[in-house]
Design a protein around this ligand. Sequence first.
Ligand code: UGA
Length: 305
Amino acid sequence: MRYLVTGAAGFIGSHLAETLVAGGHDVAGLDCLTDYYDPALKEENARGLVLERVDLAADPLDFSGFDGVFHLAGQPGVRSFGDVFPLYLRRNVLATQRVFEAAAAAGARTVFASSSSIYGEAERYPTPEDTVPAPLSPYGVTKLACEHLARAYAKGFGLDAVVLRYFTVYGPRQRPDMLFARVVNALASGGAFEIYGGGDQSRSFTYVGDTVDATIAAMDSAPTGAVYNVGGGEEATVLEAIALLERISGRTLDVRHTEAAAGDVSRTAADVTRIAAELGWAARTPLEAGLKAQWEWAAARVAAG
Ligand code: UGA
């Protein structure tokens, strides 16, 4: 098959593109290498991929000839209040509207990477997909707007779209602003680590390899219009996960506490009944094994200088 991956130099996008190439598919990667974090890391992620530098919010988009589009590009991060909001609007809402327009015109099935952050402090835990969305971060609001755009383009232009709500994905190449990336970096290189609030906030942490499997299964066999949670099997608090990483690394983290961050929710917990029933997907990687893989990757990079 011939696939397009947007955000192919990003954390999840680069793993996805590599897995598709290894599966014998023809893959074109799009990325505009924004400076949300060091673009050199993205170039490193994308080594070995065919990458075209495209601004989805402005450049002409022609997706004809592609069987499917994996739309993973976006402005990430739930701590998104303040002056940065125009970037979230442009890189999430506007870019996604243009991707859906181009995908509908090309008749290409599109899998859209949404987020657990659309739930906010959810009414129910574990949270099923039919829970009323109530995002608490501007980022989550833009991801929810994109989900509504998917429905609008499905109805108006026959877009064949599937929405995946990823729950705090981790593993090698994790974005450097995220919890585990910062923790392993502090453990490997030294330096203090700041917990936002008490550290008893919890997440359905999801290993990147499992996330890639769910994403490909969605492209292959999800019904049109499906919405799925993609969440790891084990929930853990920030403090529990840090303790696990200290055990894995055999080191002690210098922990400080700062104020809780606006936009952060106290808990995410994925109900994955639907994706298990319809796609036969379940997270396979225990948190300890996934953290070990992330620690070994980060420690090797630090050792290599
Ligand atoms: C993550 C991603 O960053 C979002 O892009 C994604 O959409 C979201 O998951 C999702 O599930 O949809 P988040 O859960 O905040 O968001 O992931 P982390 O940045 O890894 O943070 C996890 C927890 O660690 C949060 O409670 C946060 O407050 C805490 N944290 C993070 C700290 O205490 N200190 C830090 O330096 C970073």
